[in-house]
Each structure stands twice: as structure tokens, then as C-alpha cells.
Design a binder for this molecule. Structure first.
Ligand code: ZN
Length: 396
């Protein structure tokens, strides 16, 4: 029997048939929890490999030849960087086994049997980082996923809502926002339909009815290509919403956070960001210098599986949107014209910084005196530029 795995740059499944796709019932970085005897979660963690559903007693084989090592839990072995977990009848520790890839004239060595209902399979050196078995080295042979990811919904939270106190916010939005999206991937490998975690998420914002239109990103935030233990629970809770954690993954992702070099960075969407600034840069003071001036916007969350299905905003496969109003800025005096008996007496433009914007200087004191004379005595000067829609005037 001749295998073409190396030529195909893929590798065989560790259960029979080796070269036919099997189901996948859990993916890398699915959310997991370790519980105490009372059922309380004591540790949040990421899943370090994939689960391949199989009946109890299904024979398991090593992909590569090598020496067998036992995992610290009494149900797993690893050969090199390939891990096979939830086994019974394990082959003897330190024995030499023949892997599926070295079986031109011989049979591979059975390394154990599936104990309950699935084989856990992971790839990586002891201590990690662990690679995604679905795309490492070309992935498992004939793995295919024709199901589209689904973004069920997205919502908005005050930045910092990953912690114990989550504060949901609704349009109009202002300040720093965490976006949370509920998404899953429909997997079809081996004809086994499962609904699991997504592989990749992006988000972006685009104006509605603004001319010229403005947009922000798309930003790649989450991508589960590798997992690097040891992870403390905080990392997991920067991806998955702790308030919805139950027995298994909440599938509610904080999509404004970013996985960088196997670390999760607690970021946010600063709706008030000034043009030219990085995501955590300085706020704008006025609409004119904001990346996203006050107005109507559509926020999109795009989800992808490992085969890049999804992110299709037209068919809405792995894409969902939410319309919001951004309202960050109080109105300010942009220009003042004082007219006395039909003659323009003062005429000037001001930026918020007090720069005169290359126009004729304006004596604001005289100007205000004039306004007071017309009864504008309240605390603020209330002048709105023509065509500027005054919103709440709430201070932020
Ligand atoms: Zn597993």
C-alpha cells in the first residue's frame, strides 16, 4: 500500500480509514473549563487540539514511527509531537511503534483503543505551542468543511466588560466599546455535521449615508492557528464571555480583542479615535478630526472557518451587521457672523484649538457681548453651524 501523504503535504487520520475524512467534534481553542467537585469552574482553558468522534474500542494508530511516551494523565500517549488522548489498552511506554506513514510493507502498530466516544488529537512539543491539526502541514488528509460559519448576533459593551461586571450599551454609542459576537461554524468533515467554534473573526465599521463615506478597519482580531500553554484563565476570558460560560464553549467572542503571538491583547473600539492614531491613541476633540465623525454607521462582524468559508456580507454567510449612531462630540462654534443693520461686522472661522484657520481674526469677546445682547445669556453659547445636526450635547 502506498501513501501519498507526504506528496500531498497532508497526513493521515490516526483511526481507520486513514485516508478518508472523519468527523471533528471539537476544534483548537474551543473554550473549556475545569470544575471542582461542586461543579464550580476553577479554571478556564483553551482546547489544545481536535476531537475525532469514534466508538469506544476503536483502534488508534500513531501517524509517525517512534518511541511511545505516556502523558501525565493515564489515558494518553505521544510519539514525537503527536498526541493521542482518551485511550485504553495503551501500548507499553517507551516501546517503539511503526507509524501509518511507514507502512509500505508492514502494518502500523496499534497504540490503544478509544476509551469512550472520541479521540483527542493534538500536535506540538511538550509544553506547546500546539498547532491547529486542521491546517498544520496541510492538515488531515481529505478534511473538508463545506458548512458556512454563522454570526448569530453582535452587541456592544462598555470597554472592560470582559471582567466580572459587564455593562451592555446601546446606540447611540460613545467612547470605548467592546464588541461581542455569537458565532459558530458548521463543520461537515467526514459527513459528520457538527457546530463548533469559528477559526477566524474580523470586524469593521462603515458609515451610512455620509458623503464621502468613512470606514474603520477591517481588523483581524481572532485567529486560532496555535495555542500556547500555559495560559492563565484571563486569556481565555478575553476571547470568550465568562458570563455565558456553562459546561462548554459559550461561543460568544469578544471580537475587539486580538490574538497576537499566541497572546490575547485586551483591545477595544475607540469610537472617538482621532485620525492618524493607533487603536489606543488619542481621542479626537471634534468631529472634524475624528476617524468616525458623529453619525450613522453599520458595524460588521465576519467569521471564517479554516477553509475560509464565511465573511460573505452579500449572502450573509458568516457575516452579520448592526446599525448604530455614534455620538461623541458636543457641537462647537465653527464660524461666527455678526451682522449689524445689514452689514457684516465680524466674520470668522475658528477651529476648536483656537486656530484662526487662515481666516480673518475674530474678536470673540465683542462677539459674545453682541450675542448676550440678543438674550443668549445661558452658560453655553449655542450656535450651530448651518446644516449641522445638533444631538444631545451630552458631555463625554
Ligand atoms: Zn479534546
Amino acid at each position: 500500500m502506498i501513501f501519498l501523504y507526504l506528496l500531498l503535504s497532508t497526513y493521515p487520520w490516526p483511526i481507520r480509514p486513514f485516508d478518508t475524512a472523519h468527523g471533528v467534534s471539537a476544534t483548537l481553542e474551543d473554550a473549556r473549563a475545569t470544575r471542582d467537585a461542586q461543579g464550580r469552574i476553577i479554571r478556564y482553558r483553551f482546547h489544545r487540539g481536535i476531537d475525532i468522534p469514534a466508538d469506544s474500542g476503536t483502534a488508534v494508530f500513531s501517524i509517525y514511527s517512534g518511541r511511545v511516551r505516556y502523558t501525565t494523565h493515564s489515558d494518553g500517549i505521544y510519539v514525537g509531537e503527536y498526541w493521542y488522548i482518551h485511550l485504553t489498552n495503551r501500548v507499553e511506554e517507551n516501546s517503539q511503534v511503526t507509524g501509518i506513514l511507514d507502512t509500505t510493507n508492514t502494518s502500523p502498530t496499534k497504540i490503544g483503543d478509544v476509551e469512550v466516544d472520541h479521540l483527542h488529537f493534538q500536535i506540538g512539543p511538550s509544553g506547546g505551542p500546539y498547532s491547529n491539526p486542521l491546517n498544520e502541514d496541510g492538515g488531515l488528509v481529505n478534511y473538508s468543511d463545506n458548512g458556512n460559519p454563522i454570526v448569530y448576533s453582535l452587541d456592544f459593551w462598555r470597554s472592560g466588560s470582559e471582567g466580572n461586571t459587564a455593562t451592555q450599551v446601546h446606540s447611540p454609542l460613545w467612547g470605548k466599546i467592546d464588541i461581542r459576537a455569537e458565532c459558530q461554524d458548521r463543520q461537515t468533515s467526514g459527513g459528520v455535521n457538527t457546530t463548533l467554534g469559528i477559526y477566524k473573526v474580523k470586524w469593521y465599521v462603515r458609515s451610512i449615508g455620509m458623503n464621502p463615506s468613512v470606514s474603520y478597519h477591517p481588523k483581524d482580531c481572532i485567529e486560532f492557528s496555535q495555542v500556547e500553554p500555559p495560559r492563565n484563565g484571563d486569556d481565555v476570558l478575553l476571547i470568550y464571555d465568562r458570563h455565558n460560560y456553562s459546561a462548554s464553549s459559550p461561543f460568544k467572542y469578544w471580537v475587539t480583542n486580538v490574538i497576537k503571538n499566541n497572546d490575547v491583547v485586551d483591545e477595544y473600539w475607540n469610537t472617538k479615535l482621532r485620525i492618524g492614531e493607533a487603536w489606543d491613541g488619542t481621542d479626537a476633540k471634534i468631529n472634524g478630526e475624528a476617524v468616525l465623525p458623529d453619525g450613522r454607521y453599520r458595524v460588521w462582524v465576519l467569521a471564517y472557518d479554516i477553509e475560509n468559508n464565511g465573511g460573505d456580507t452579500l449572502a450573509r454567510h458568516g457575516a452579520e451587521d448592526e446599525d448604530v449612531i455614534l455620538d461623541n462630540f458636543v457641537p462647537y462654534v465653527e464660524s461666527v457672523v455678526v451682522i449689524e443693520v445689514g452689514n457684516t461686522k465680524y466674520f470668522g472661522y475658528y477651529e476648536l484649538t483656537g486656530n484662526k484657520n487662515g481666516k480673518k481674526p475674530l474678536d470673540m469677546r465683542r462677539c459674545f457681548c453682541r450675542m448676550w445682547a440678543y438674550g443668549e445669556r445661558s452658560k453655553g453659547i449655542k450656535i450651530y453651524p448651518a446644516g449641522h445636526q445638533h444631538q444631545s450635547g451630552r458631555r463625554k
